[in-house]
Design a protein around this ligand. Structure first.
Ligand code: GLN
Length: 548
């Protein structure tokens, strides 16, 4: 039965929208290309935000396995989202909220809840228009108050999952003024065996787009090298876009160089021109160059930091890796991350740990690999190696100290050993009676009070910090007494919760119950990471002096 289209979404507020779709295959880095374009628009003085669409049925990324999908990124409002949102926060230096991540699950859940509440007044509830209207409403709400909103559609054009989103996009294109809407399609341009750049995959994916009523305005070809002029011409001809709307996106060594490359290609200027924003933009010679200066600086020295985790997928620790890079950018030092697999400490991984100048034990869940992490923490503590423990890394530092210094035999986290005689880490009280696992951890930004005169106070240069959390367990208050008057000081607290620990007699041993990596930006490195790097540089300088 046909239904009347629903029109309860906000009308356009005059913002500009750049939609980004992907063709041929996933993993082309369309998010980085989009975020880089956004960075350049921000440098030109525009307020840019982003929306990431994930066409999966999960309501959010919180219940997804990071060793299969990459890390779960946490926003300040506690939203557990796809790691791509982290890239937008880092590239644009903005704080996003949960409603900047639109998933199939979230949209359908909302539409079905409305149907159950009787809000559709007897209509047949359908993908078109009810789901597509809900998608458009979410995008427009997220864009409100910003000049430009980049909307990245995850997956590849042609996927069944993506269809309702692409249909919403088609409607969107019609509803917006031509000057307010651009569709950028990122595709793959492979080489043939005889070294020729092949455009057929691009042609096919644009054909796929057109079959659902979408015509791209801009085409970006991911290729090992820059696209040849003849390749661009061919793409333009077959895909019906002007030649100057075809851009290359060649491989670069470091993703932070993508904005420089996008600028060189002139993609940002093209976008401003099409949006009619060129006159409002800050003149090219007056634009913010902080990003360029940071990523092209001459670095002095190189340090090795061991990142001790479970390695099915390095993306599981993406933000930690980035935060280490940011500290390096801030101090002008190259940071090498040595991936140490905590399950393979008996093999070469222990040797790699011993080579490192500093040790990071990141967050995690479950028992796999914890023994190796505890060994790594003990090693760092006993050998005066600068150490940073994040969330699970903080908790295991408590366990290690309880066992090996306080002599609490068998001490553990109740998450990992339910039968431990000393549950020094235990469930947060509010976690006991939970039934659902989705979105129920202690999540998002909470303030921590920092004790004056401590390492933490020095690192943050403040009496408080607000960082993002994602945990169910914490230091068990029943053991606070056991740690009183020891070398292990809890230097940050939030109510009765221990948030930061440090060791008195150590060059740098810091643990945080929160995840400072989620607030780290290339242009604004995270204090605990910068502190770690400073301690590493100091200790390597001392070692070099001794050796000389
Ligand atoms: N698994 C631990 C907890 O739930 C640590 C969580 C984490 O590292 N993010 O408390």
């Amino acid at each position: 039965m046909p239904t009347e289209p629903e029109t309860d979404y906000d009308p356009s507020l005059g913002n500009k929208f750049i939609f980004v779709t992907g063709g041929v295959m996933s993993g082309l880095g369309k998010g980085i290309t989009a975020a880089s374009t956004g960075r350049l628009l921000a440098n030109a003085g525009f307020d840019v935000t982003a929306v990431k669409i994930d066409p999966y049925l999960n309501v959010d990324a919180g219940t997804m396995n990071p060793y299969q999908h990459g890390e779960v990124y946490v926003l300040k409002d506690g939203g557990e989202v796809d790691l791509d949102l982290g890239n937008y926060e880092r590239f644009l230096d903005i704080d996003m909220t949960f409603d900047h991540n639109v998933t199939t699950g979230k949209t359908y859940q909302h539409v079905i809840e409305k149907e159950r509440a009787g809000d559709y007044l007897g209509k047949t509830v359908q993908i078109i228009p009810h789901v597509t209207d809900d998608i458009k409403r979410r995008i427009r709400e997220a864009a409100e108050g910003h000049d430009v909103c980049i909307v990245e559609v995850g997956g590849t054009v042609g996927d069944i999952e993506g269809m309702p989103f692409l249909e919403a996009l088609r409607q969107f294109a019609h509803e917006e003024d031509e000057e307010d809407f651009l569709l950028t399609h990122v595709t793959l341009v492979p080489y043939s065996k005889n070294g020729e750049q092949k455009t057929k995959p691009t042609q096919h994916s644009v054909k796929e787009l057109r079959s659902i009523g979408l015509q791209p305005d801009i085409l970006v070809g991911r290729c090992e090298d820059e696209l040849d002029p003849s390749t661009k011409e061919k793409i333009a001809l077959f895909c019906d876009v002007p030649t100057d709307a075809v851009f290359s996106n060649p491989d670069v060594e470091d993703i932070y160089h993508v904005p420089l490359m996008v600028e060189e290609e002139g993609l940002d200027e093209y976008v401003m021109e099409r949006f009619g924003l060129a006159d409002e933009a800050v003149p090219a010679e007056e634009r913010d160059t902080q990003w360029r200066d940071l990523v092209t600086q001459e670095t002095g020295g190189e340090v090795d930091i061991a990142l001790v985790g479970k390695y099915d997928l390095e993306d599981a620790y993406l933000s930690v890796n980035e935060a280490l890079k940011h500290a390096g950018l801030e101090r002008g030092v190259d940071v090498n991350v040595l991936w140490v697999d905590s399950e393979k400490m008996a093999d070469d991984d222990e040797a790699r740990l011993r080579e490192a100048d500093g040790v990071v034990v990141p967050g995690g869940f479950g028992s796999r690999g914890t023994a190796g992490k505890i060994d790594a923490i003990r090693y760092a503590r006993e050998h005066d190696v600068p150490f940073l423990g994040l969330c699970l890394g903080f908790q295991l530092a408590v366990v290690e100290y309880a066992r090996n210094v306080l002599g609490l035999e068998g001490a553990h986290s109740a998450e990992i050993d339910a039968e431990t005689p000393h549950p020094v880490i235990d469930l947060l009280p509010e976690q006991y009676d939970l039934e659902d696992l989705g979105g129920t951890m202690r999540l998002g930004a909470h303030e921590t009070e920092i004790a004056p005169g401590t390492l933490a106070a020095d690192v943050y240069g403040a009496e408080a910090c607000t960082e993002r959390h994602r945990h169910r367990y914490e230091v068990n208050p029943e053991y606070f007494e056991d740690f009183a008057d020891t070398d292990l000081v809890f230097s940050g607290e939030s109510g009765n919760r221990m948030e930061i620990l440090e060791l008195d007699d150590h060059p740098y041993f810091l643990g945080t119950q929160f995840h400072p990596e989620f607030r780290s930006r290339p242009t604004r490195a995270s204090p605990p990471f910068v502190g770690l790097l400073d301690a590493v540089v100091e200790s390597t300088d001392e070692r070099l002096e001794v050796e000389a």
